[in-house]
Design a binder for this molecule. Structure first.
Ligand SMILES: C[S@@+](CC[C@H](N)C(=O)[O-])C[C@H]1O[C@@H](n2cnc3c(N)ncnc32)[C@H](O)[C@@H]1O
Length: 251
């Protein structure tokens, strides 16, 4: 298949529509067959959420702890999937705050909106849209979070510009994402399957840092998430690993 931004987005959308459909067929509201999510999040963070919501994560880290959200803040989750990070963020920003999740895949939005209704999460809203043209007002967001999504975009400089546009001056980024240290093998880069699996589109740490800096961000940090990721980051060949990304829009 010819790789263009449109074919990449279609393949990614189909990949995640399929993931949402499979979860719908295996995870009922009261009995989720998926494994517990404690590898990514602290148990305490997940307390109180139904298991089918708490265990439906396609992420690679914990942007919620990274973001240190405060009561009353407005958070935006890029590629919100089934909504887990939005519901966790909603608990932290409280009734006076607000959380917006954006995703391009209708099957994911359906799942997230159904969960929001069931949870009575009045301060969470899910919007359909692309990371590359966010359906969000200029300078309206305190914190942009995202979990394993930016690597999937075929136009990352545009995503970084959009994040900059929607953040308030002084606003921040707290993102978990897959990155590399050095180029991935060519066969991996060419594979659409590997793109959908959050591998082929992973940016080199240096390009991630430069991309955010070029978009206007300050204090840009892209750091391996844990000890295993630290070890992977040191290998001399390009290997994907999970990273915590933080940056600030100058005030
Ligand atoms: C790996 S999943 C992560 C979902 C969620 N953040 C989580 O942690 O479970 C990627 C999500 O991003 C969405 N997505 C991927 N590329 C996108 C794009 N360019 N614009 C909007 N949504 C996108 C997909 O539809 C999917 O729901």
């Amino acid at each position: 298949m010819l790789k263009t931004p449109d074919t990449i987005r279609s393949a990614v959308r189909e990949h995640y529509a399929d993931a949402a459909r499979k979860a719908d067929s295996c995870c009922g509201p009261s009995d989720c067959g998926c494994g517990p999510n404690t590898t990514l999040y602290d148990d305490q963070l997940l307390t109180g959420l139904p298991s089918d919501v708490a265990n439906f994560s396609l992420g690679c880290g914990d942007p919620i702890s990274l973001a240190a959200l405060q009561p009353g803040e407005i958070a935006l989750d890029l590629g919100s999937g089934g909504g887990l990070d939005c519901f966790l963020a909603a608990k932290q920003v409280g009734e006076m705050g607000r959380v917006i999740g954006v995703d391009m895949t209708p099957e994911m939005l359906k799942r997230a909106r159904a969960a929001a209704e069931r949870l009575g999460a009045a301060n969470v809203e899910f919007r359909q849209g692309y990371l590359e043209s966010l359906p969000v007002e200029d300078s309206s967001i305190d914190a942009v979070i995202s979990n394993c999504v930016i690597n999937l975009s075929p136009d990352k400089p545009q995503v970084f510009r959009e994040i900059f546009r929607v953040l308030k001056p002084g606003g921040r980024i707290a993102v978990s994402d897959i990155v590399t240290n050095g180029p991935l093998p060519q066969a991996v880069q060419n594979s659409m399957e590997q793109w959908g699996a959050c591998v082929a589109g992973a940016l080199d740490v240096k390009d991630y840092t430069r991309g955010l800096t070029d978009a206007g961000f300050a204090d840009v940090r892209v750091q391996p998430k844990g000890e295993t990721d630290k070890a992977l980051a040191m290998l001399p060949v390009g290997v994907p690993f999970s990273a915590a990304v933080t940056a600030v829009k100058p005030g």
